[in-house]
Design a protein around this ligand. Structure first.
Ligand code: HEM
Ligand code: HEM
Length: 199
């Protein structure tokens, strides 16, 4: 254990609820697949193309994107149903004390512990959820405006695709920061991977 870290690693974090673990599995896999596959996919507007890797990846982007959107909808229903979780992700009306305490710990060179608790990490997770929700909403709308039977893309698609791409940078920044923080906690031998335990 790292010196001066008593408050973050000696007390074991509470366990993740089963709902949080399944939601995370769906969302983390879906969004990770979406952003990485977007690097190589080639959209076909006039016809579905299953004959090239770029075309296959674009079709997978549409279907996995819709599946991920359903997980994100489930996440919002869960947030809406539980005031405590809502305030953890979005402490707009307080309490800000856990976030400030985490910032103070970081300023003293201590890494706050993980787990399902309010604080800086939960606030960042909430902001990440907003960014991926934007991608899911605009992506799902794109799906319904994809031209059929050889038609050219219409005005709706010309508006929706740039709106969808607006979220690209934010989601990449979130992904890199989130994975980097996970690896940092893992290097310190904290039980950070428990969110991936589904049963
Ligand atoms: C962009 C894709 C991802 C999104 C949107 C995402 C989102 C989230 C959210 C919202 C939480 C908090 C869960 C809750 O409070 O119910 C969380 C926790 C977590 N995520 Fe992800 N995740 C993503 C990808 C990943 C990946 C690829 C990894 C693995 C490297 C990962 C590792 C973790 C870990 C270890 C936690 C628990 C953190 C802790 O104990 O404080 N996530 N993630
Ligand atoms: C959570 C769901 C989704 C995520 C995270 C996501 C993510 C992304 C990302 C990161 C890009 C690359 C943007 C860029 O290069 O600037 C992209 C592009 C795109 N996505 Fe999605 N997407 C999702 C759902 C969907 C769905 C359901 C569709 C429906 C077909 C879709 C259609 C597109 C299209 C048409 C592009 C533009 C491709 C291009 O012009 O090169 N996305 N998406």
């Amino acid at each position: 254990m790292v010196q001066g870290d008593e408050d973050s690693t000696q007390i074991p974090p509470p366990a993740w609820p089963r709902e949080a673990r399944w939601l995370h599995a769906g969302i983390a896999f879906g969004v990770t697949w979406q952003i990485w596959s977007s690097l190589w996919m080639t959209p076909q507007w006039e016809h579905a193309d299953y004959g090239s890797l770029g075309g296959l990846l674009f079709n997978a982007h549409a279907w996995i994107g819709l599946m991920t959107a359903l997980f994100i909808l489930w996440q919002w229903l869960w947030i809406a149903s539980d005031r405590r979780i809502r305030r953890q992700f979005f402490p707009w009306s307080g309490p800000w004390q856990p976030v400030l305490a985490d910032l103070a710990a970081l300023a003293r060179g201590r890494l706050p512990g993980g787990g399902p608790r309010p604080g800086l990490a939960a606030l960042v997770h909430g902001l990440g959820l907003l960014a991926i929700t934007w991608m899911a909403l605009t992506g799902s709308a794109i799906y319904f405006f994809l031209p059929q039977g050889g038609a050219l893309p219409g005005r709706a698609l010309e508006t929706l695709v740039p709106l969808h791409k607006l979220g690209n940078l934010v989601v990449w920044i979130y992904w890199c920061g989130h994975v980097a923080m996970t690896l940092l906690h893992a290097l310190r031998r904290e039980p950070i991977w428990s969110i991936f335990r589904l049963w």
